[in-house]
Design a protein around this ligand. Sequence first.
Ligand SMILES: [Mg+2]
Length: 187
Amino acid sequence: MTWEHPTTEFGATAQVQAECDCPHPKKCKLNGCRHAPYDTVVFLDVDGVLNKAPDYAVRIEGQRSCFLVNQRLVDRFIKVLEETGARVVLSSSWRVMRGGREFIEHVGIPIQDVTDNKGKKRGEEIQRWLDAHPEVVRYAIVDDDGDMLDHQLPHFVLTEFETGLTKQAAYRLTYKLGGEIPLGVSR
Ligand SMILES: [Mg+2]
């Protein structure tokens, strides 16, 4: 199945695969395949993480798509994934927007799963996902909103809509996901 939607940055039409075409979905060990075993996940918000307020300010008027990401911030997040092997669970409201998940995958971030949309707080939705996946032993949350549950706070990296995922925030996220960070960087 393919989706068609315009990208915001380039105005072109993107076609992306909505289904994984892995040939071994039950026992795949390919790095990056969403079917391979995993024990580390990161819950990803998009607005204020993969984009920032100034991106919206320079947005070209009349663009049809509601999707906007900043490639530099996307690349920074991908580096976190590469250094930690974490899988991505989309907790952003983009998960309920038609084509939102596919757009994120199109820019290079594979999505393992999404949280449900039944919580008053995002932390509740994340907790339900965690409760249903006892195989996960390590997780982190990155979001520019703070509506997480108290016990999730040690796993939480708060960003700001003005800046998105800064280098510092990316280091903290890497650390919480069990990755190496440079000496002297605060955790
Ligand atoms: Mg946000």
